[in-house]
Design a protein around this ligand. Structure first.
Ligand code: F6R
Length: 258
């Protein structure tokens, strides 16, 4: 795990943007796994500003609410179109999101996994983290080997996401999410977290035991994870000095510059 601690969300996002932009330049037909929520907004804005070539890029989103049609303001379809897709030259046929309106969810999930596989797997998976340690919507006690499937949100996530819906009781109970096993197959995982509310989950992810009670901790088993944090999200890490030391002494060829 590479832990990148920056003074604020803008600086942490700048590093993440460099990582994504470099991939898109080196591999114009890259396959991206994408997250929604407040965390990746700055990243998507920065990528839009860079006017990269998205014509051959394929995307797979992590999750979607069950029962929300794509046009619903709080659907992740809507989020992605508003915040990224309509601003770049991506081809519509290359965009994939879980279908929250599917009438046969198990079949849909199996097909989604098959599509990822047919695309050659995910090159880079963008991740945020829930205050309860979820990635995608793999809530605590999710199987560490799970695949794309339906999940029930925890009360904590319901409350956290109530801010988008006006109140927690309007947040759907069910979601379709890529599993932890699916996420772990991405060649590179890029996790972003900002703010004090994420500090506990980040400390447990980086320095706690690997355990399904903190789903993101499975990333300790992944060979290439980069975690971009602001100071607040990093504030409960016991070994922050070491992470700074690693970052400050990187050899030239490992540095993140555009
Ligand atoms: C959403 C997703 C979730 C969010 C997490 C944090 O696609 O994968 O894991 O990343 O709930 O949400 P924010 O960024 O809103 O704090």
């Amino acid at each position: 795990m590479e832990i990148i601690i920056q003074p604020d969300a803008e600086a942490a996002t700048e590093v993440a943007t460099t990582i994504v932009a470099r991939l898109l330049r080196e591999k114009p037909d890259a396959v991206l796994g994408l997250a929604t929520g407040s965390t990746p907004l700055l990243l998507y804005r920065a990528l839009v500003r860079m006017k990269l070539d998205w014509r051959k890029v394929k995307t797979f989103n992590l999750d979607e609410y069950v029962g929300l049609p794509p046009a619903h303001e709080q659907s992740y379809h809507h989020f992605m179109w508003e915040n990224l897709f309509r601003h770049v030259n991506i081809s519509r046929k290359n965009i994939h999101l879980p279908d929250g309106m599917s009438r046969n969810i198990p079949k849909f999930c199996a097909e989604y996994e098959a599509l990822i596989c047919a695309a050659g797997g995910i090159d880079l998976q963008v991740l945020g983290i829930g205050t309860d340690g979820h990635i995608g919507f793999n809530e605590p006690t999710s199987s560490l080997a799970s695949r794309t499937r339906i999940k029930t949100l925890t009360r904590q996530t319901h409350e956290d996401n109530g801010r988008f819906f006006g109140s927690a009781d309007k947040v759907p109970h069910h979601v379709i999410t890529m599993g932890l096993g699916s996420i772990m197959e991405a060649r590179l995982c890029l996790l972003l977290a900002f703010g004090l509310k994420k500090a506990r989950a980040i400390a447990a992810t980086v320095e706690g035991p690997v355990a399904s009670i903190n789903p993101a901790s499975i990333l300790q088993m992944h060979p290439d994870v980069r975690i971009c944090l602001d100071r607040a999200a990093a504030s409960k890490l016991k070994r922050a000095d070491y992470y700074h030391r690693v970052y400050d002494n990187k050899p030239d060829w490992q540095q993140y510059q555009n």
